[in-house]
Design a protein around this ligand. Structure first.
Ligand code: GTR
Length: 340
């Protein structure tokens, strides 16, 4: 199957192929006959490897769409950053060169700043609390809010809690982070968070972190168990502190330009398939968290649990981030806190 740019709309007619919106294939002059089937091939960009739970969620979503359209819409999942690093892919989705992506809301917030309210430090008091927020009114509003920036928010995926790891020393208190060079996602909020703790924030694409850790360009980074494990960062940064500073939802988005070209019926199939992939992704997530933790612990990494005093200290150090929020974002934070 050949593709044209972002969205290949193909008329498949008994042996001949005509590109709608592109050039007709000159090889076969035969006019389309009645059994013409329009096939749409779309691309989804994913940073993680094929067996990572977000990629499994993407693939499940793609399969549902293909099944529910009898093969008329095919979504190809390009995992392992084949289409580029997160920020670059988001830009391409915004102008319609890539059709879908699954990303962390951290880098997406650079395009749709309202999302920052959902990734504030120590915002949720449990994973269940976060899911009640995401599956409720606030989650729906936030999905809808990315439309202004050129995206169609389709679904939230699980991503656990992010914690610090480094190659220099165990971190048992905020003071232990002092001066460490910590890689962060390309997100202003994350830069502020690391700086508030006295460390040096270094924004960098995900794919560059392993070699930066290995060569000592950075001392550490922060992520959840699955990413710490699947990227092999745990092999080059052995100290992992379970401070769980943020729970950052993953989000599946479509390009608004691309969605607007589809029929209302197809848009609805896509939206529903995305929603129907959430539980599957969450199940895969939980399994992979357990597996990651087991492997990393077995490898002999030094895992630090914070004392309640140290947790309080981390929370206090991050208060300036809340003080810096706009009234609008603070209103969202307050609504999140009120969700029982
Ligand atoms: C992971 C997330 C990725 C990416 C990565 C990072 O947890 O799933 O989408 O944002 O973190 O730190 O860059």
């Amino acid at each position: 199957m050949k593709k044209i740019g972002l969205m290949a709309v193909v008329l498949m007619v008994a042996g001949s192929v005509v590109w709608a919106g592109g050039q007709a294939e000159p090889a076969d002059e035969a006019a389309p006959t009645t059994e013409a089937m329009e096939q749409i091939v779309l691309r989804l960009g994913e940073t993680h490897s094929q067996d990572y739970p977000t990629t499994q969620g993407d693939q499940y979503f793609a399969d549902l769409v293909e099944e529910r359209t009898d093969g008329r819409i095919r979504i190809e999942v390009y995992h392992s950053s084949q289409l580029g690093e997160e920020r670059a892919v988001i830009e391409q989705v915004q102008f319609g060169a890539i059709d879908f992506t699954r990303v962390s809301i951290s880098p997406l917030a650079a395009f749709s700043p309202g999302l920052d309210a959902l990734q504030m430090p120590y915002l949720y008091n449990s994973t269940d609390h976060m899911w009640r927020v995401l599956k409720g009114e606030i989650g729906d509003e936030m999905l809808a809010s990315v439309e202004d920036a050129g995206f169609v928010g389709l679904a939230w995926y699980a991503s656990g809690a992010r914690s610090f790891y480094n190659s220099v020393r165990p971190v048992e208190s905020v003071a232990d982070l002092e001066g460490l060079k910590i890689r962060v996602q390309e997100s202003q909020l994350m830069v502020g968070l690391v700086e508030a703790l006295g460390a040096v924030a270094t924004p960098m694409p995900f794919g560059e972190v392993y070699s930066a850790l290995q060569t000592g360009v950075i001392d550490g980074a922060e992520n959840n168990w699955p990413s710490y494990y699947s990227t092999s960062h745990y092999e080059v940064a052995e100290y992992y502190t379970l401070d769980k500073h943020t729970q950052v939802p993953e989000i599946l988005v479509a390009s608004k330009i691309v969605m607007d070209r589809l029929s209302a019926e197809d848009q609805e199939i896509i939206r529903q398939a995305a929603k129907d992939s959430i539980d599957y992704q969450r199940e895969k997530w939980d399994d992979f968290v357990a597996e990651s933790e087991e492997v990393v612990r077995a490898a002999g990494n030094q895992i630090t649990e914070l004392s309640p005093e140290a947790v309080a200290e981390f929370q206090e150090a991050m208060q300036p981030l809340y003080d810096g929020l706009s009234d609008e974002a603070m209103a969202v934070v307050e609504r999140v806190r009120a969700v029982k």
